[in-house]
Design a protein around this ligand. Structure first.
Ligand SMILES: [Zn+2]
Length: 214
């Protein structure tokens, strides 16, 4: 079947179904839906379906949020409006670390965590902890099931570091004070950063985060 016939077949589908199909295509890559903008009107209109932006795969942008200052800025805003959790993560990093807007940054990271995006959940929980909101930070990090297995939390931390490798990070006094005030007991796996029990897990994760900023 040639591409003309493919378009004719797609055009015959109801708009709602087209939106659903394109949201699935976009969940694997932004690039895959770009050609749809150059085809008949009802197909390109279906790209505007909110489900497309909600599920759009933003992994390359999430791994380097700075690229969204130059490319995909328009698309990112539509994804934020569509509550795409990776888009909230990207915007959260930009607002918190680049524009130094703590409240707006935390707002977007919270949205990302609510959308069950692990990297957003980790960063939101970590920033709550480091800003002294220990109880809430612990609740957020617990949703990564680290007490069962630390795989998800550790993977999220690796990806958060990757996302922020080109971002200029500023150390805040409150981070150091929170770390100092929340030392685990002396008996608890001292000088062994990789041995983390429920008593020292949060402290050691905070130490890694603060060490990364310094
Ligand atoms: Zn311990």
């Amino acid at each position: 079947m040639n591409s003309q016939n493919n378009y004719s077949l797609l055009e015959s589908l109801p708009q709602d179904l087209l939106g659903d199909i394109l949201s699935r295509v976009g969940s694997s890559s932004v690039e895959d839906i770009r050609p749809c903008l150059l085809v008949p009107k009802n197909i390109s209109a279906a790209v505007e379906d909110h489900r497309v932006f909600q599920n759009l795969n933003l992994r390359p942008q999430a791994m380097n949020p700075l690229v969204t200052f130059f490319r995909t800025r328009h698309c990112l805003q539509k994804c934020i409006n569509g509550d795409n959790p990776a888009a909230h993560y990207i915007e959260g990093i930009k607002q918190y670390f680049i524009f130094d807007n703590m409240n707006l940054g935390l707002f977007h990271l919270k949205k990302s965590a609510q959308g069950k995006y692990d990297n957003g959940t980790y960063l939101y929980g970590m920033l709550l902890l480091c800003n002294g909101n220990i109880a809430q930070g612990q609740i957020i990090l617990r949703s990564l099931d680290w007490e069962e297995s630390k795989l998800r939390a550790d993977r999220a931390w690796r990806e958060v570091k990757r996302s922020m490798r080109f971002v200029f990070l500023i150390m805040k006094d409150v981070y150091r004070a929170t770390l100092r005030n929340n030392r685990p007991p002396h008996i608890c796996h001292r000088n062994d950063i990789n041995n983390r029990c429920p008593m020292c897990f949060h402290y050691k994760q905070m130490r890694k985060f603060i060490g990364f900023i310094m």
